[in-house]
Design a protein around this ligand. Sequence first.
Ligand SMILES: NC(=O)c1ccc[n+]([C@@H]2O[C@H](COP(=O)([O-])OP(=O)(O)OC[C@H]3O[C@@H](n4cnc5c(N)ncnc54)[C@H](OP(=O)(O)O)[C@@H]3O)[C@@H](O)[C@H]2O)c1
Length: 246
Amino acid sequence: MRQLLPDVVDPVDLTALYGDVPAASSRPAVRLNMIASIDGATEVAGKSGGLGGKPDSEVFHVLRSLAKVILVAAGTARSERYGPSRTPIAIVTRSCALDWDSALFTEAPQGAAARPIVVTVAAAPREELSRARAVADVVVAGERDVDLAATLHALGERGFDAVLCEGGPTLNGQLAAAGLIDELCLSVSPMVVGGGAKRVLAGPSLAPPAEGGERTDWRLRSLCEQDGFLFLRYRAERSAGTAAPA
Ligand SMILES: NC(=O)c1ccc[n+]([C@@H]2O[C@H](COP(=O)([O-])OP(=O)(O)OC[C@H]3O[C@@H](n4cnc5c(N)ncnc54)[C@H](OP(=O)(O)O)[C@@H]3O)[C@@H](O)[C@H]2O)c1
């Protein structure tokens, strides 16, 4: 793989490149990794796998190796059939309708630091909650919706200061709306898909910044290429705003 920006580096050391992890001052930093087709689709027949290839898989694994915890929404964990990982996985779910007999839970590395974490709500069905507790740590972070800032706080308390979010779009949209994405790693797959697949963020449009209020600018940190795949890395730069003095 070669880096095209900010400088040409061929071949590029991906671990060193992505080792430049984002930071956040009062919570764990969140890096989001997603792949999309040239026309913006994030899945083919319900899975992201149809978009991927060897270069994307390499970036995916490097990003996982640099994270302290992986944050994923239940829809993605179900459709992508998440398995166990050396990096602990935190799953956001309202229903707690997860396959507790799947390898994600039964073959997860032992030990408190590596157990899967189920992040859910107080209103989750009791029976599912007790099944969750048998195979995972359970974090209750909200009544009916998981509060994502509270989720990050809970992950931070466990010592996970670098969060890799792997989607899906519904979770991403909420994280973006709450100003909780610090870096967006986007792989562009050299294919067009058409259809109605979700984009990287789903849900309501993000509110435009108020005049003079806080705003986020997305700065291109690096761009790499291999086999027609592009790997963009945008860092969120937040500014406090310039409201005029009274
Ligand atoms: N291209 C890529 O890189 C990529 C990456 C990831 C996923 N995908 C694709 O995206 C699709 C899945 O994405 P999606 O947007 O449909 O779903 P999603 O974001 O993966 O999952 C949605 C589910 O997560 C839980 N959830 C999300 N926010 C919550 C909150 N605030 N409180 C409580 N629970 C919450 C709920 O789970 P419960 O239903 O359990 O309550 C909800 O139904 C799949 O087709 C997948 O292949 C693509």
